[in-house]
Design a protein around this ligand. Structure first.
Ligand SMILES: [Zn+2]
Length: 463
């Protein structure tokens, strides 16, 4: 199940623990991240698997293990990407703006250049590691602040400065901006990785040229990306020359890869601006499969499950082995109150998904929980736990796990799952409250008791 910035809500949990059968809404909510100083992280199996596939060969070429680098999608339409610790953050806007896979891959190669070059060390040195996520949450604001500082406009700088001024030791505005020498190094590294993996550096060049053009049009309000990654004209000049030396310069993305990329863009467009944004993105070819996919998603989000189902079924007829079509069919069926059918659709999606996403695996269990059949709750727990094993950061899966335990009357386990969900969602206060409650229900030193103890004694989120 997709979790586009959805957060755990106390109300739902209270109901869950009272064993009421709750109609869980599968409708994502973007609004919840607004107003909170929280990174609008978006979880989506399809886009995550795509970006992982983009990054894996690049990371290997850089001598880094793909399994040790986490890729985090940020639901923000501004073109931006950055690294912090062992995480690469990519805005959904970067994918939407990239007309080809190669453009996004170029940006990833540049970020991996920063990662491999240890350019984020300054950031890490100055901020306690545990604070990284919270600080990165302010990065979008930080981009504005850096832009303000760069343009000498202090009122602009004030806009994004909330976190940094309140954060004590992190008051430095320039903290997030790479040095120009680091930018050049990252560009050179990117070119090396692209060449090693037999990919064109044209996308990297196109992306940066595009950003420069936008930047000139935007005037004072520089694009976020260029605030953290200074791109002076000479840097572009170097890229223009060096990129053309690559034997792969004219190599194009395969049609399959382009299609996958466009499916992801269609989804991002639909979630961020509905049918209008889908049309804006695929204006030239509204009958292409990606445009139709975006239309199906937009229809679902507009609250017409029946029409959305017809549209996704038409797509499934064209690509029966596309796991994300099946997954989305499950999403629609959940909203339509057909949990049993949704379970089958998610199971099909899981079978077809080569990336073995823990999100989809957990969705099967979540659909069972929503169905409310007590005799199936044990199966639901097993499915969700399997999903959480693959993806422990899936905060909303814990909510359903808690409901399943609640349904079986295992209150301690329900409270512990609730605590875990809050923990993963970043609400440490609530996590500790539920961990304390859960602990009273377990034998001291039992695995659950110890897990609760971990939450109670740990000061910050593990990372
Ligand atoms: Zn950079």
């Amino acid at each position: 199940m997709k979790d586009w910035g959805r957060r755990l809500s106390t109300g739902c949990l209270a109901v869950a623990i009272a064993f009421a059968s709750v109609a869980t809404s599968a409708t994502p909510s973007f609004a919840q991240s607004a107003g909170q100083r929280r990174l609008p992280v978006v979880r989506d199996a399809e886009i995550e698997s795509l970006v992982k596939d983009y990054a894996a060969p690049i990371l290997k070429a850089a001598g880094l293990s793909p399994s040790r680098v986490e890729i985090v999608l940020v639901n923000d339409l501004a073109f931006n990407a950055f690294v912090a610790g062992r995480r690469i953050f990519i805005n959904t806007g970067t994918l939407l703006d990239s007309e080809t896979p190669n453009e996004t891959i170029g940006v990833i190669a540049h970020e991996v250049g920063h990662l491999a070059g240890g350019h984020q060390e300054r950031l890490r040195d100055q901020i306690a590691r545990a604070q990284t996520i919270a600080v990165v949450a302010g990065l979008l604001g930080a981009g504005v602040a850096a832009a303000g500082a760069a343009s000498g406009n202090s009122s602009v700088a004030g806009l994004g400065g909330g976190l940094m001024t309140s954060g004590g030791g992190i008051a430095q505005r320039g903290l997030f901006a790479y040095q120009r020498t680091e930018e050049t190094t990252a560009d050179r590294s990117a070119l090396t990785y692209l060449r090693k993996t037999g990919q064109s550096p044209k996308g990297l060049l196109d992306s940066f040229e595009g950003l420069m053009r936008k930047n000139m049009l935007a005037g004072v309000s520089r694009t976020t990306y260029l605030s953290s990654h200074p791109a002076p004209q000479d840097r572009i000049g170097f890229l223009q020359t060096a990129a053309r030396e690559s034997p792969f310069f004219d190599k194009k993305d395969s049609p399959e890869q382009q299609m996958r990329h466009d499916f992801a863009r269609a989804k991002i467009a639909a979630y961020n601006g509905g049918a209008t944004q889908v049309r804006r993105t695929f204006g030239r070819d509204l009958l292409s499969l990606p445009a139709l996919y975006g239309d199906a998603i937009a229809t679902h989000l507009a609250g017409s499950p029946k029409a959305a189902l017809d549209k996704i079924d038409a797509l499934i007829a064209k690509q029966p082995n596309n796991p994300w079509f099946q997954e989305f069919r499950g999403e629609i069926l959940m909203t339509a109150g057909r949990a049993g059918d949704a379970e089958l659709a998610f199971a099909k999606a899981a079978k077809l998904d080569k990336s073995r996403s823990g999100l989809i695996q957990a969705s099967i269990g979540q659909a069972i929980v929503t169905g409310g059949k007590r005799e199936k709750m044990k199966d639901a727990i097993a499915q969700i736990q399997r999903g959480l094993e693959a993806d422990p950061g899936n905060a909303s899966a814990y909510r359903f796990l808690a409901m399943a335990y609640g349904n079986l009357g295992q209150i301690g386990d329900a409270e512990l799952a609730t605590a875990e969900g809050y923990w993963e969602g970043g609400n440490f206060t609530q996590a500790k409250i539920f961990a304390a409650r859960a602990q009273q229900k377990f034998r001291p030193d039992s695995p659950q008791w110890r897990r609760a103890q971990d939450i109670l004694v740990t000061k910050v989120k593990r990372s």
